[in-house]
Design a protein around this ligand. Sequence first.
Ligand code: FEC
Length: 307
Amino acid sequence: MTEPTAVLLMAYGTPYQESDIRGYYTNIRHGQEPPKPLMDQLVGRYKAIGLPSPLARITTAQRDGLQAALDKAHPGAYKVYEGLKYITPFIQDAVDQIAADGITRVIGLPLAPQYSSYSSEDYHNRARKAIEAHPGMEYLPVRSWWNHQELIHFWSDQLVAKKDLTDRPDTKVIFSAHSLPLRIIQGGDPYKDEVIGLSNAVAQAAGLNEDQYVLAWQSAGRTQEPWIGPDFVKVAKDLITESGMKTIVSASIGFIADNLEICYDVDMELAKAIEYAGGTLTRLNMPNDSPALIATLQQVVEETKAE
Ligand code: FEC
């Protein structure tokens, strides 16, 4: 039998319990301990949604779902591993396990649909560094996969199902993705263009015209420098108080799972701001481990292996 190919699914990771938050946040801050006010804010956000965030369970379910789909289509050909950026099991742990399992061909698949030098390439760099310890391993990086039809239709099907609502003149769809520091985009990073590409593709598949949707940015970090805007909370508030909108339909297309940025930033922060301004929020479901997401990941793996 030929040697299986490893699929290294790489995700952000989330603290499993309160005592993990400091180390996790320190890792996100490149080894710098967070000052107390920032730490208190983050603990407060995690406590508000309840620890652990659903992300831990969902990343594992995505791994298991992809393994099952690949086993069905190509028995014995792939072994799927989970490696996280900021908490155990780290990307390096997964690479060491792949080596221990005697596998030498690795597809690196970041669970972030749009490419960014800041996020996707950082996943790949961590994987490449871990692989250096295992001579003879081949690494096949997946760049981005936002333009897969299954993913686009996962979002547009939900909008089509809400056509009665989205067609009303006082409803606006807000597509959103994680903001990034502006300097990264100004340096030529394609992230913003890929997010624009996905929002337009979803809108087109859902039959929305340009007046029915807007793209905004969410969850900017707590740093001094400017981040990509406009922020979705401000956009939503202005739409209600200045443009007469009553309903905001939120589609966080830049993410694929329920996580802190969805359960807190959308379901609590955005919802509260909209309610305070006098409007109502309807939030689309996230892909999580849905058949559409698993089918997308399966296609991405098959295309990468075939290249
Ligand atoms: O626990 C959870 O459920 C949430 C996990 C989580 C995901 C996530 C996704 C992305 N982030 C991206 C960029 C940045 C940049 C900074 C930054 C900071 C944080 C902090 C937490 C956090 N992120 Fe995150 N992000 C998640 C969690 N993120 C916690 C620290 C507190 C805060 O600032 O809110 C700024 C720090 C830095 O300079 O590195 C930039 C991007 C994504 C989407 C792609 C991906 O998932 O990899 C981009 C999930």
